[in-house]
Write a protein that binds this ligand. Sequence first.
Ligand SMILES: [Zn+2]
Length: 68
Amino acid sequence: MFSKKIPEALPEEDTSVWSCISGDCKGWMRTNFVFQEEPVCPLCGSAMAQEIRLLPVLMNSTKNAAFP
Ligand SMILES: [Zn+2]
């Protein structure tokens, strides 16, 4: 029996996000969850810019029925 435990890495995907334009601020939101055309940062109130980040795939979708 080979039962080596392989650490399960979370799958990641390129995800469109809104990112705060303030360099000191870590504020960002997934674009999928933002419904304003020009959102402002919830942390500091600055404008936000869209960018692509590599983020863990969200597992709370009912489409992912294959996952326990
Ligand atoms: Zn901010």
